[in-house]
Ligand binder design. Structure first.
Ligand code: SF4
Ligand code: SF4
Length: 375
């Protein structure tokens, strides 16, 4: 049976990034520049995505601006009729680069902020002067008439400043704000014990967001992502495994989600092996957790199985050791109470040590850009 095409493709064009965010969801083993797809291969992948029926491409990373061919890739995507979105830390986004991206047809920019307080934001992001660069870049984006989303990454150290994040988004002219609690993958999972907010902090930020949604209706759309561990129901991760999205990582592996490589025993085809359409329809990885046939109880007979699709496979693996288990965030999982107790214990006695994102990959930033990129 033919599978409907994905709605969007996440193009992780590089893992390189000048920032070192302690919550980064990139894998612990970052792909070096020498393994990145070259420009022509990315162009072919974009062609294949458009042929497959993908409507949106999200250029992401790492920091996508670290690729010198980003403008060429955006230009190619938009010529194929793809809606091009840039997901960026913005620390490399100056006015000239933005003008080139606008000429190439970029249609939306999302900028992440680590805090309202510049020093604290720079501490979490591991890069000096980052906050000021983000502010400047956000103003270039709105001045250019592009829609802007502010991605406010929330954790225990800035949980009390959600009101200020909302004011920032309004002041910058953003149309959308994501108040996104850290999701515990990659470096975020490694630093979970330092980042987990308390239940009281969560309740407070929920109240702030709900009041602001009413106050700012028609001015600012606010998306709100809570820390999974405090939830009663899991999120519909990626809108369901292999249902709406595919992800191409810097080395060309085609993934159902950006954390899927953590799951042992899976085979991920690359864009060198097969075309995107064939991978989407027939690959072992995409079919492993597609639909509901793979589900164990309690998911298999649950009325919500086609609502949340059993939650997140990578989270099930990280917390139970079994990627095929019910997401333990779900209150019906036998692990749910233990996960909740762990979150409460970690938030009550947080670790005061951060592990910053890899030194090796920073060296890549300083040493060289990808040797394969077009000039
Ligand atoms: S989360 Fe931070 S370190 Fe990771 S890619 Fe984004 S800006 Fe870079
Ligand atoms: S039992 Fe499974 S399908 Fe039902 S709510 Fe929980 S995670 Fe979702």
């Amino acid at each position: 049976m033919s599978v409907p095409p994905p709605f969007a493709m996440l193009a992780e064009v590089t893992h390189r990034c000048p920032m070192r965010c302690v919550y980064c969801s990139n894998p612990l083993a970052l792909e070096p520049a020498s393994k990145e797809l070259d420009t022509d291969t990315w162009r072919r992948v974009l062609d294949e995505a458009a042929d497959l029926g993908v409507l949106q491409v999200h250029f992401s990373g790492g920091e996508p601006m670290a690729r010198r061919d980003l403008v060429a890739l955006v230009d190619h995507a938009t010529r194929q009729g793809l809606y091009a979105n840039l997901i960026t830390s913005a620390v490399l986004l100056d006015q000239e680069q933005l003008a080139r991206l606008v000429d190439a047809g970029i249609e939306h920019v999302q900028i992440s902020f680590q805090d309202i307080d510049a020093a604290e934001g720079d501490r979490i992001g591991g890069l000096a002067d980052a906050h000021q660069k983000k502010l400047a870049a956000a103003r270039y984006v709105t001045a250019a008439g592009l829609p802007l989303t502010v991605n406010a990454v929330v954790q225990r150290y800035n949980a009390s400043r959600v009101t200020e994040f909302i004011d920032l988004a309004v002041g910058l002219g953003a149309g959308r704000l994501e108040v996104a609690n850290v999701q515990y993958y990659g470096w975020g999972l490694l630093n979970r014990a330092a980042l987990m907010p308390t239940r009281e902090q969560l309740d407070e930020m929920t109240a702030v967001v709900e009041a602001a949604r009413q106050r700012l209706a028609g001015v600012l759309t606010i998306d709100y992502v809570i820390p999974d561990y405090y939830a009663r129901m899991p999120k519909s991760c990626m809108g369901g495994w292999a249902r709406q999205f595919l992800n191409v990582d810097p080395a060309g592996r085609v993934l159902p989600c950006h954390a899927a490589t953590t799951i042992p025993g899976m085979t991920f085809d690359t864009v060198h092996d097969r075309g995107l359409a064939e991978i989407w329809q027939h690959s072992q990885a995409f079919n492993r957790f597609r639909g509901t046939a793979w589900m164990p109880e309690p998911c298999a007979s649950c009325e919500y199985r086609e609502v949340d699709w059993g939650g997140c496979r990578c989270q099930a693996l990280a917390l139970t050791g079994d990627a095929a288990a019910t997401d333990p965030v779900c209150h019906k999982s036998p692990h749910h109470q233990a996960i909740l107790a762990m979150a409460e214990a970690e938030s009550a006695a947080p670790s005061d040590t951060f592990v910053y994102r890899g030194a090796r990959e920073r060296a890549d930033m300083q040493r060289a850009r990808s040797p394969f990129e077009a000039q």
